[in-house]
Design a protein around this ligand. Sequence first.
Ligand SMILES: O=P(O)(O)O[C@H]1O[C@H](CO)[C@@H](O)[C@H]1O
Ligand SMILES: O=c1cc[nH]c(=O)[nH]1
Length: 254
Amino acid sequence: MSELYHVGLTPEQGAKYAILPGDPGRVEKIAQLLENPQFVACRREYKTYAGTLAGERVLVTSTGIGGPSAAIAVEELYMTGVRNFIRVGTCGGMQHQVMSGDMVVATAAVRMEGTSKEYVPIEYPAAADFDVTCALVDAARHLNKPFHTGVVQCKDSFYGQHDPGRMPVGVELLNKWDAWVKAGCLASEMESAALYTVAGILRARAGCVLSVIWNQEREKAGLSNEPCHDTQAAIEVAVEAIRILISYNRQDSQ
Ligand SMILES: O=P(O)(O)O[C@H]1O[C@H](CO)[C@@H](O)[C@H]1O
Ligand SMILES: O=c1cc[nH]c(=O)[nH]1
C-alpha cells in the first residue's frame, strides 16, 4: 500500500497509540522504553519507531517544530489508525514556581499560533482529553518528580517569545505575554494548540507533558534560572501514561 505523503508510513500500522516528541533526536530515547522497538520510517522531520506496551503496538513519531508540522503528523497518524496521542516536549516556564527540570501537564493551550485557526474559529478551546490528562497526572505522581498542571501558551515564533522587542510587532507581543502571565499560563511552547485542536476535530484523544528548560520570568525577576535540557522524566511519564491509558481503555471496553 502507498505511503502517507509526509510521515512515510504505510496505512496498515495497526497502532492506536502514538507518542509525539517535537525533536527527532528524542525518538530513540522514547522507543528504548518500549518492548521490541524497531525503526519504521524517516522522512523530513518525521522519524518513526514502533514497539509494544502491555501487548499494544505503539508508534513514536517526531513532529518537528510548530503547529503546521504537528497537525500533519496527527492527520497522517490518524489515517493509519492512531486514536490516542501524547506529546512529550520542552517548554519555557512562565510562572516563578515553574522551575527548570519540572514537568508541565498541559490541560489546555492558548491558540496564539496560526495552524489551529485554519481548522476552527478562535472561540473553540484547545483542550486536552480528560482521560489522557488523568493518565499523565497518575504517571507523573508515581515518578515523584515536581510537576504542574494547567494552561500553556502556544505561539509560532520562538524568537518572538525570547526577543520580542526586536520584532516590528514587539509591543503587541509584549502586551500579550503580560496578559498570559497574569492569566496564570504555566509555560510556553509551540505544538499543543494544534495537537489538541486537530485531535479534537478528528474525535481522537490527546494530552501533553512538557519538560521545563528555563524560565524567562524567573530570569527577569533575578531568581535562579539554570537551564535543564534533560527530558528523561517527561519521557518516562509519557510512556507510563500510555500504559495507564491502555488499561483504562481495556476496562472501558469490558
Ligand atoms: O522540544 P520540542 O518538543 O520540539 O518542543 C519545544 O521546543 C521547540 C522550540 O525550541 C518547539 O518545538 C517547542 O514546542
Ligand atoms: O522557551 C521555550 C522553550 C522551549 N520551547 C519554546 O517554545 N520556548
